[in-house]
Design a protein around this ligand. Structure first.
Ligand SMILES: Cc1ncc(C[n+]2csc(CCOP(=O)(O)OP(=O)(O)O)c2C)c(N)n1
Ligand SMILES: [Mg+2]
Length: 652
C-alpha cells in the first residue's frame, strides 16, 4: 500500500466528516470506517468513465448501505462526475446535488437509489443477471463485448434484511460469478453491537448458498482488499468479502454506535485530524490526491472505454448482425410498431384476464428480445413467464426467471435488470402478496424507472383460499403511491391495451392486475379509452354515473340494465387507471365525470380511493372469507340486482 493511498483515504475521512458536520446531519461512522474499501475499489478496480457516464460496459457499483452517501459523493467528485466541492459543502441541503441518500437520475454517477437497507444488494443481483444474460447473447470467443462486474458495498444492516437473503440465495443458485459484495463488517449498527441481534456465521451461511467467501482482517489495508477482489473476480461464484473495519475510524468515539449517524462536534473533527496526522486545510483534496484519482480512475476509465471501442470495431467487422443487435439492446431500440399476431378475443367470448395477460405477454416476449422476467413460483397461476426457457447457468440465454417464493427480492431484482440497461425487467405474483414487495415498487417509482409488476387473483373472487389470499386494501396501496400506474383492466381488450401502454412507459413503473375467474369480453370497452384512464362505456340520459373497473365492470353494466328496466337511465364509466385519468385535461375529466353528476363507484376492494370521484362506494372494507366463488358475489352483494338496489337506496 502506497503512502498516497493513506493520504487519499484520510482526505476522504476528514472532508466527509466536515461535510456532515456542516450539514448538521449525516452518517460519519461508515465514511471513516469504509473509506479504504471504496478508495481501493475505485482506484484499482472500477472501470467507469465520467466523460461517458452511461458507457454500457462500465462496472456497476451499488452502495447498498445508502447512508454512506457522503463517501460515494466524494468518490464521484474525485472521479470527475460533475459533483463539485460546493456540492459537497451543500450536503443534504435543499435542492442540492448531494441529497441525504444516493438518488438515481439526480446525482451523476449514481447507478441506483439506495437507503432502504437490503434493496441495493438485491437489485445488484438483477444487474448481474442482466450482464450475464447479455454476455451469453453477444459474446464470441475472444470478443467479450459485454464483460463487466457488479460491485456492492453493504453493511451489517443490509445482511439482516430478509430481502437480501432472498436475493443472495437466488444469486448463489444462479452462480452469478461477476457479482462481488464488499461487506463493511464493523460489528456495530445503529442501536449498538451487531451481537445484540446476530449470532450467525456469515461464512457458513454464504458458502451454503453457493457463494465464495473471503475474510479481510485489516480493513485499512488496500492491498489485502484488492487481492481479495482479484480472487473474488476469478471465483466463478458470487463472492462476498467480509472486510473487518472500525466504525468511525479515527474519531474519539470510534468503534461505538454513537458515531453511526450523528455529525461530529468541531472538537471531535480536530481530534480526528490529530489522530490521522492530517493537516490539509478544510474542505480540501490536495493536488496529489486529485492527481491520483485523475490517473487511476478518470484516465484508466477513459482508456478502458477506448479499449472497448477497439474491441467493438473488430466485433462489428466480424459479426455485423450481432453488432447491430447489440446497439439496439443498448439503446432499447425496440418498439412494438404493429400488433400482427397479437392474441385477440371476440366480443362476447369469455376469458380470465390472467390468461389474456399470459398470452399477450408471450406475444410481447416474441417481439421484444430484451424482455426478461418471471413469477414467484406461481407461473401456473399468474400465467406470466419469460421466453427462451428457464434462465440459469445451463441456459444463460433464457429469459424466464424462476424467482422462487421470493417476492421482495424478485421485485428489487426486476429493478436491477431495468436499471442495468439493455434489458427490461418484469415479474409476477398473487396480488395479495404484493404486500411482500411493495418497498421495491416504491423504489422503482422514486427512481422513475419502468419496471413492470403483474399480479393475478386481484379480488376476493380468489374464493376457497380465504382471507389470507384475498386482496382488499392492495389496490388502494398502489393507487396511493405517487408515480405508479396501477391498471385494473376489465376484459381482454382493456388488458391488451394496458400491457402495451405499460411497455411504452419510461418514467414510471406499471402495476397490472388480473382476474382469476373468466370475464366476458365486452363490446363496449375501448383501447383508446384505457389510455385516458377512464372513459364512458354506456351513455345514459340522467346525471347518474356508475363508476367501476376490472371484473366488476361487466356486473356494473348488468346493474345499469336492471336500473334501466326500472326507468333509471345511468351512465357507466370504466376506470382502469386512476393514475392516467388524473393526468387528463380538465375538459376530458369533465366530459367523463361532469360536475353535478351523482356517482356511485363499484369495486371488490377497499372503498377509500373511490371517494375521490364518487359520493357513494360499493366496496369491501372487511377481510375476505373462504368459500367457492359461486357464493362470493351474493355474499358481498356484487350482483346486478343488489348493486341496483343499493344505488336506489343510497344515491338516487
Ligand atoms: C429498511 C431499513 N431499515 C432501517 C433503516 C435505518 N438505518 C439506516 S443505517 C442503520 C444501521 C445499519 O447498520 P449497519 O449496516 O451495520 O451500518 P453501520 O452502522 O455499520 O454504518 C439503520 C437501522 C434503513 N435505512 N432501512
Ligand atoms: Mg455495521
Amino acid at each position: 500500500m502506497k503512502s498516497i493511498d493513506l493520504k487519499c483515504i484520510n482526505s476522504l475521512r476528514v472532508v466527509g466528516a466536515e461535510a456532515i458536520t456542516k450539514a448538521k446531519s449525516g452518517h460519519p461512522g461508515i465514511v471513516l470506517g469504509a473509506a479504504p474499501i471504496l478508495h481501493t475499489l475505485f482506484t484499482r478496480q472500477m472501470r467507469i468513465n465520467s466523460s461517458d457516464e452511461k458507457w454500457f460496459d462500465r462496472d456497476r457499483f451499488v452502495l447498498s448501505a445508502g447512508h454512506g452517501s457522503t463517501l460515494l459523493y466524494m468518490l464521484l467528485h474525485l472521479s470527475g462526475f460533475g459533483i463539485s466541492m460546493d456540492d459537497l459543502k451543500n450536503l443534504r441541503q435543499k435542492g442540492s446535488k448531494t441529497p441525504g441518500h444516493p438518488e438515481y437520475g439526480h446525482v451523476p454517477g449514481v447507478e441506483i437509489t439506495t437507503g432502504p437497507l437490503g434493496q441495493g444488494i438485491s437489485s445488484a443481483v438483477g444487474m448481474a443477471i442482466a450482464e450475464n444474460h447479455l454476455e451469453a447473447i453477444f459474446n464470441k470467443p475472444d470478443y467479450s463485448v459485454v464483460n463487466h462486474y457488479t460491485y456492492v458495498m453493504c453493511g451489517d444492516g443490509d445482511l439482516q434484511e430478509g430481502i437480501a437473503m432472498e436475493a443472495v440465495s437466488l444469486a448463489g443458485h444462479l452462480g452469478l460469478g461477476k457479482l462481488v459484495v464488499l461487506y463493511d463488517s464493523n460489528d456495530i449498527q445503529l442501536d449498538g453491537e451487531v451481537a445484540l441481534a446476530n449470532t450467525e456465521d456469515i461464512k457458513t451461511k454464504f458458502e451454503s448458498m453457493g457463494w465464495d467467501y473471503q475474510l479481510v482482517k485489516d480493513g485499512t489495508n488496500c492491498d489485502d482488499i484488492n487481492n481479495a477482489i482479484e480472487i473474488a473476480k476469478q471465483s466463478g461464484k458470487p463472492s462476498i468479502i467480509e472486510i473487518k473495519t472500525v466504525i468511525g475510524y479515527g474519531a474519539p468515539n470510534s468503534g461505538e454506535s454513537s458515531i453511526h449517524g450523528k455529525p461530529m462536534p468541531e472538537e471531535d473533527i480536530k481530534a480526528l485530524r490529530k489522530n490521522l496526522g492530517y493537516d490539509e486545510p478544510e474542505f480540501t483534496f490536495a493536488n496529489d490526491v486529485v492527481e491520483y484519482y485523475k490517473e487511476n480512475v478518470i484516465e484508466r476509465g477513459i482508456q478502458a472505454e477506448e479499449d472497448w471501442d477497439m474491441l467493438l470495431r473488430s466485433y462489428q467487422n466480424l459479426y455485423p448482425e450481432e453488432y447491430k443487435d447489440l446497439l439496439r439492446f443498448i439503446s432499447d431500440d425496440f418498439e412494438l410498431t404493429d400488433t400482427d399476431g397479437i392474441p385477440t378475443y371476440p366480443d362476447g367470448s369469455e376469458e380470465s384476464t390472467r390468461k389474456v395477460m399470459g398470452k399477450v405477454l408471450d406475444w410481447i416476449s416474441s417481439k421484444l428480445p430484451n424482455f426478461m422476467g418471471g413469477s414467484a413460483d406461481l407461473t401456473a397461476s399468474t400465467m406470466v413467464k419469460g421466453a427462451d426457457g428457464i434462465y440459469g447457468e445451463d441456459n444463460p440465454r433464457g429469459r424466464n426467471i424462476k424467482f422462487g417464493v421470493r417476492e421482495h427480492a424478485m421485485a428489487a431484482i426486476t429493478n436491477g435488470i431495468t436499471l442495468h440497461g439493455g434489458m427490461r425487467g418484469f415479474c409476477a405474483g398473487f396480488f395479495v402478496f404484493s404486500d411482500y414487495l411493495k418497498p421495491a415498487v416504491r423504489q422503482a417509482a422514486i427512481m422513475n424507472i419502468p419496471s413492470l409488476f403483474f399480479f393475478s387473483h386481484d379480488t376476493v373472487c380468489v374464493g376457497e383460499d380465504g382471507p389470507t389470499h384475498q386482496p382488499i386494501e392492495h389496490l388502494t396501496m398502489f393507487r396511493a403511491m405517487p408515480n405508479v400506474n396501477l391498471f385494473r383492466p376489465a376484459d381482454a381488450r382493456e388488458m391488451t391495451a394496458a400491457l402495451l401502454e405499460g411497455i411504452k412507459a419510461n418514467t414510471y413503473p406499471t402495476v397490472i392486475t388480473s382476474s382469476r375467474q373468466a370475464l366476458p369480453n365486452l363490446s363496449v370497452t375501448s383501447s383508446e379509452g384505457v389510455l385516458k384512464g377512464a372513459y364512458v362505456v354506456k351513455k345514459g340520459k340522467s346525471n347518474y354515473i356508475l363508476l367501476s373497473c376490472g371484473s366488476e365492470l361487466s356486473i356494473t353494466l348488468d346493474a345499469a340494465k336492471v336500473l334501466e328496466e326500472k326507468g333509471i337511465d345511468v351512465t357507466v364509466v370504466s376506470m382502469p387507471s386512476m393514475f392516467l385519468f388524473d393526468k387528463q385535461s380538465k375538459e376530458y375529466k369533465e366530459s367523463v365525470l361532469p360536475k353535478g353528476s351523482k356517482v356511485m363507484a363499484i369495486e371488490m376492494g377497499a372503498t377509500l380511493p373511490w371517494y375521490k370521484y364518487a359520493s357513494y362506494v360499493k366496496g369491501i372494507d372487511t377481510y375476505g372469507a373462504s368459500m367457492p366463488i359461486k357464493y362470493i358475489f351474493d355474499y358481498y352483494g356484487f350482483t346486478a340486482e343488489k348493486i341496483a338496489e343499493e344505488f336506489i337506496e343510497n344515491v338516487k
